[in-house]
Design a protein around this ligand. Structure first.
Ligand SMILES: Cc1cc2nc3c(=O)[nH]c(=O)nc-3n(C[C@H](O)[C@H](O)[C@H](O)COP(=O)(O)O)c2cc1C
Length: 231
């Protein structure tokens, strides 16, 4: 049987299997890891892509996709430009939400929490893993600013390439590209994480981990409840 057909069948099985309290992991991040592994195994495209919602101080809401780079007890981390529109929103109002849209498995995971900047050491450790072209791009692009043309962007990229001695790290004159001060990670420390599993007749399963004390802290401290929500 062709792999695509197999995956289609698997999806039906998942939908039928549902999500029971008894099957849920003891903590949200272990449950997330299970579903993430299944999203990878199912061949979903960019399973770490998540839609990030932010709101400005005035309550103007924006959503856009970013890539999760770490998910663990401390929260969900993504990287971006600290001068971008999203980062300005977060600086004004750190309450954010992200949704992982795993449609191929009839699933979504919604996380709501409070964002704060990761340490410089964390940003630099992740920066070192990025390809040189992406590193240079982070220097070149004034993310979220209005620019005049594609040519303007290409000129900014060229200037950044020249500054660091070109795209080829092995070329004579090439120097390592440091992480810009205006670039880094945000960690979302969650207070609710909902696992949604599509079921037949629209009677979907929704199980939510919620911090009961309202404070933000390590997710393995036991101060969590699991609640079932009506679909
Ligand atoms: C699949 C996908 C992944 C993306 N990942 C990121 C990311 O990790 N970081 C980022 O800054 N922008 C990412 N983007 C671009 C953002 O969606 C957005 O255009 C950009 O961050 C500017 O958003 P802002 O103006 O609201 O700050 C991604 C877009 C897509 C479609």
């Amino acid at each position: 049987m062709h792999a695509t057909e197999q995956m289609a069948r698997m999806r039906l099985v998942y939908a039928a299997a549902g999500l029971d309290e008894a099957d849920l992991a003891a903590d949200w991040f272990t449950q997330f890891q299970r579903w993430f592994d299944e999203a990878v195994a199912a061949g979903l495209q960019e399973p770490n892509a998540m839609v990030l919602a932010t709101a400005s101080r005035d309550g103007v809401v924006s959503g856009r996709t970013v890539l999760a780079k770490t998910v663990d007890a401390a929260g969900v981390v993504f990287y971006t430009n600290y001068e971008s529109a999203k980062s300005r929103d977060i600086a004004e109002n750190p309450s954010v939400a992200v949704t992982f849209p795993w449609y191929g498995l009839h699933r979504q995971v919604q996380v709501r929490g409070v964002a704060s900047q990761v340490t410089r050491a964390e940003t630099e450790a992740y920066w070192a893993l990025r390809p040189r072209g992406s590193q240079i791009g982070a220097w070149a692009s004034p993310q979220s600013a209005v620019i005049g043309s594609r040519a303007e962007l290409d000129a900014l990229q060229l200037a950044a390439e020249e500054r660091f001695g070109g795209l080829d790290a092995a070329a004579p004159g090439a120097v390592p590209v440091p992480a810009p001060e205006h670039w880094g990670g945000w960690r979302i420390a969650p207070h609710t994480i909902e696992f949604w599993q599509g079921r037949t007749d629209r009677l979907h399963d929704r199980l939510r981990f919620r911090r009961i004390d309202g404070s933000l802290g390590p997710a393995d401290d036991g101060r969590w409840v699991v609640e079932r929500l009506a679909p």
